[in-house]
Design a protein around this ligand. Structure first.
Ligand code: NCD
Length: 307
């Protein structure tokens, strides 16, 4: 039963529960009109303490398409946070008004604090460099729809593997499936954090290799997951400038890849994928954004207990 639950990190959902959400998302894609009023009378609040376009809009669009309503802020300076209110008090108060809360915060663990005091389900929409479970739902639904499942895949994760929360969440979620191989492509300054190496990869015996160049490995991949260098998590501008254009996927590199490889990206893209790649049928990142809205529709319905 998913009714009333929180989603703070990907492991909060079992493999079976994930399938339930994906089945519902696929059902909504097929028959959207059957769901266009299911959330009538429900209110979703978006508390975004950190900038976002996709995630916030996709949640808002999801709720509106389900016939529900939305309130929220995208700028903490316009809320009582600016007066010094704690996260816990903000969430507790908003949970008196809303039926479900989506929260993004630059501090790791903030949504968990929110979940401890909230009277309604809390969805983590990204906490610092830590986790981003609804991006993971988006990524998994995309993989399921386009690759037919999650087992026996070789997945290249490229870019900022140190600060990229989408990568941390995705690795965690995928580590539960059979015969997954990760190829981690990053500069040495941006390799995965130790906790991911120990608690996700080593603990689950997941196969992985670490390389520095896309060209060396692209031919082996079923999926290439590109990420942006996370500017906002750098302590100094100099390091960011040095690393930001380290990887640029272009048509020349794509020519080395398999015909059935897909290129994913959580977006926003900066320079890491040349615009010319957008026309390649293997580039699925905008499709992925669309799956993101549908999977959020399914998640909202499930957490509200409406299916
Ligand atoms: C990601 C995020 O916020 O972590 N964006 C998103 O939610 N689609 C990726 C990023 O910002 O690079």
């Amino acid at each position: 039963m998913l009714k009333g639950r929180n989603l703070i990190e990907p492991m909060d959902l079992s493999v079976e529960e994930l399938d339930e959400i994906f089945d519902l998302a696929e059902e909504i894609i097929k028959k959207p009109s059957e769901y266009s009023n299911i959330c009538a009378g429900n209110l979703l609040a978006t508390l975004f303490f950190e900038p976002s376009t996709r995630t916030r809009f996709s949640f808002e669009a999801a709720m509106l398409k389900l016939g529900g309503k939305v309130i929220g802020f995208s700028e903490p300076t316009s809320s009582s946070i600016a007066k010094g209110e704690s996260i816990a008090d903000t969430v507790r108060t908003v949970s008196c008004y809303a039926d479900i809360i989506v929260m993004r915060h630059p501090k790791e663990g903030a949504p968990r604090i929110g979940a401890m005091v909230s009277e309604v389900p809390i969805i983590n929409a990204g906490d610092g460099g830590h986790q981003h479970p609804t991006q993971t739902l988006t990524d998994l639904l995309t993989i399921r729809a386009l690759k037919g499942g999650f087992s026996n895949l070789t997945i290249g994760l490229c870019g900022d593997l140190k600060f990229g929360r989408t990568v941390h969440s995705l690795m965690k979620a995928l580590s539960r499936y059979e015969n997954i191989t990760f190829i981690l492509i990053s500069p040495k300054e941006l390799v995965i954090p130790d906790y991911v190496r120990k608690e996700v990869l080593n603990k689950n015996g997941v196969k992985y290799e670490e390389v520095r160049k896309i060209e060396e490995v692209i031919h082996k991949l079923d999926i290439l997951y590109m990420t942006r260098v996370q500017k906002e998590r750098f302590f100094n501008e100099e390091d960011y400038v040095r690393l930001k254009d380290h990887y640029i996927l272009d048509n020349e590199k794509m020519s080395l890849a398999r015909e059935d490889m897909i290129v994913m990206h959580p977006l926003p893209r900066v320079n890491e994928i040349a615009v010319e790649v957008d026309n390649d049928p293997r580039a699925v990142y905008f499709k992925q954004a669309k799956y993101g809205m549908y999977v959020r529709m399914a998640l909202i319905i499930k957490l509200l207990g409406l299916r």
